[in-house]
Design a protein around this ligand. Structure first.
Ligand SMILES: CC(C)(COP(=O)(O)OP(=O)(O)OC[C@H]1O[C@@H](n2cnc3c(N)ncnc32)[C@H](O)[C@@H]1O)[C@@H](O)C(=O)NCCC(=O)NCCS
Ligand SMILES: Nc1ncnc2c1ncn2[C@@H]1O[C@H](COP(=O)(O)OP(=O)(O)OP(=O)(O)O)[C@@H](O)[C@H]1O
Length: 196
């Protein structure tokens, strides 16, 4: 079993590329999706977030809209939320890995370098696209203001630094190109595993 970390800056194409790995027969665990589960009604992050930021709770779930307002108003808020969320995300990931049967498990982890996660995987693939396209794509989603996008981006390691540290770099200019690169990565890993 091979653990491949998939990372990249906000809006550079992690989720889209992750689905291309699934189409090549890889299992996928998604850190952002784990956060969604943790924030939803009954999720393990709801009570600890409520203790710190009661205004972030709506109908017994963590409201991302409220959380974004809080993060924008309070520069220390995101760090406090991360202290709650990241250990819970780690537990979710460990449970997934223990269950998976595929030969390659892709772990979609936006903050793999920022959180020291690279030591827990066998290799890292990083998606990359130029900064103008990144901004256009994030703004086109309509889920964040430019200011919110800049806050998040400023907390992330620069994209070129991530790419320089990664074992594989996937350019997300078109889907077809990204798919070819994903197939190449999968072929390389399966080849190496055969010789291991
Ligand atoms: C800031 C929040 C409310 C924004 O929610 P929203 O639904 O608008 O965006 P989403 O969760 O899809 O995040 C978009 C992208 O922002 C980036 N991002 C999210 N959290 C962080 C963070 N703490 N530091 C840096 N980048 C981050 C990631 O690239 C992510 O893919 C939300 O991301 C959050 O609660 N983050 C804290 C938890 C966390 O650290 N998650 C990161 C994965 S473990
Ligand atoms: N290879 C590609 N070719 C063309 N468009 C792409 C490609 N990959 C991603 N995109 C587009 O870029 C946008 C962002 O992609 P995606 O949601 O996969 O990014 P992400 O890195 O997962 O984002 P986030 O960090 O915010 O979770 C989407 O609109 C998607 O359609």
């Amino acid at each position: 079993m091979f653990l491949l970390g998939l990372t990249g800056s906000i809006g550079m194409g992690k989720s889209t590329t992750a689905q291309l790995f699934v189409q090549e027969g890889c299992a996928l665990w998604d850190a952002d999706a784990a956060v969604h589960r943790l924030y939803s009604t009954g999720g393990a992050a709801v009570a600890p977030v409520r203790d710190l930021f009661p205004d972030a709770i709506e109908e017994n779930a963590v409201s991302r809209a409220r959380l974004k307002e809080i993060i924008l108003a309070d520069p220390t808020a995101l760090k406090k939320i991360e202290v709650i969320v990241h250990p819970l995300v780690g537990q979710d990931r460990a449970a997934f890995i223990a269950e998976a049967a595929e030969d390659i498990i892709v772990l979609d982890i936006p903050l793999i370098y920022e959180t020291g996660g690279e030591g827990k995987v066998d290799a890292v693939a990083c998606v990359i696209i130029d900064a103008d396209t990144q901004k256009e794509r994030v703004m086109a989603r309509g889920t964040m203001t430019l200011e919110q996008f800049e806050v998040i981006r400023s907390k992330q390691l620069p994209a070129d630094e991530k790419a320089a540290r990664a074992d594989y770099v996937i350019t997300t200019d078109t889907i077809e190109n990204a798919r070819r690169q994903v197939q190449e990565v999968v072929r390389d890993i399966r080849e190496k595993q055969r010789h291991a």
